[in-house]
Design a protein around this ligand. Sequence first.
Ligand code: SF4
Length: 234
Amino acid sequence: MSRAIKYPVYERFYTWQGEGVHLGAAAYFIRLYGCPQACPWCDSAGTWHPEYRPAGVTLMSADELTAVVAQDSPPGAFVVITGGEPILFDLGPLVDALHALGRRIHLETSGIAALRGALDWVTLSPKPFGTWPTPEVVARADEVKIIVHDPADIQAGLNTLAGLRPDAVIWLHPEWSKARERDAGVLNAITDAVKADPRLRAGYQMHKLYRADELDAHSDKRLIPLGGNKELGY
Ligand code: SF4
C-alpha cells in the first residue's frame, strides 16, 4: 500500500557529490519539491518560491524512481535525496526500494520533522532563522552543514545542535554568492572558527565550480539567483 506514494520530483540527475564527507563520489540526486524554510539565499528556490515555480512537477512512485536510478547510474553510485525539504515526505518506501536495488541512501535536510526511512547517511543543514531541527534529527545526523552568509551564522547554527553525536562532522560552508565573491569577512570568519575549534571543518561547494550537475539532461537548467533576490523578498 505504501508503495502507492507518489513523490513530487523537481529534478533528478546523475553527477557527483560536491560537498561534505562524500565529496567527489558518484551520486544520483533526487530533488523533491516543497520547502517552508524560505532561506534568504536559497540556491534551490525553484522548489518553493512562487516566482520560480516550475510549469510542472513530476509525480513518481518509489518503484518508478528506482527504475530511473537503475537505468541512469551504475551500481555503486549512492543516491542523495534532497530538496526542497525531503523530510516532509514518507521516504520509507523510496528508501526500501532503492535498498533493494543495492544502493546506499543519503538524505540532505534541515531536520524539521520526523525521519522516515532506514537512511544510511543524514546530512543536517540547520536553518536557525527558520524552524530549528528536531532533537531526533540532530541526534541522528552523520554530518552537519552550516551555511555562512554572515559571520554570525556560525554561532547561530551551532546553537541548534544540542545532542549532536561527538563523531558527527560539522562543516562551515560559505554561502555560494559569498564564496564566489571571495568575501573576506565570511571566509576569514570560517578560518578563525575552524582554528578555534578543530571539530569544525571549512567547506566548499565544489560542484558549483565544475557545474557538473548541468551535464545531466534531467537537471533543471533555469538560473536561480544565488544569494537571494531582495526584490522578491528573500
Ligand atoms: S531549507 Fe534548503 S531548500 Fe529550503 S529554503 Fe532553505 S536552502 Fe532552500
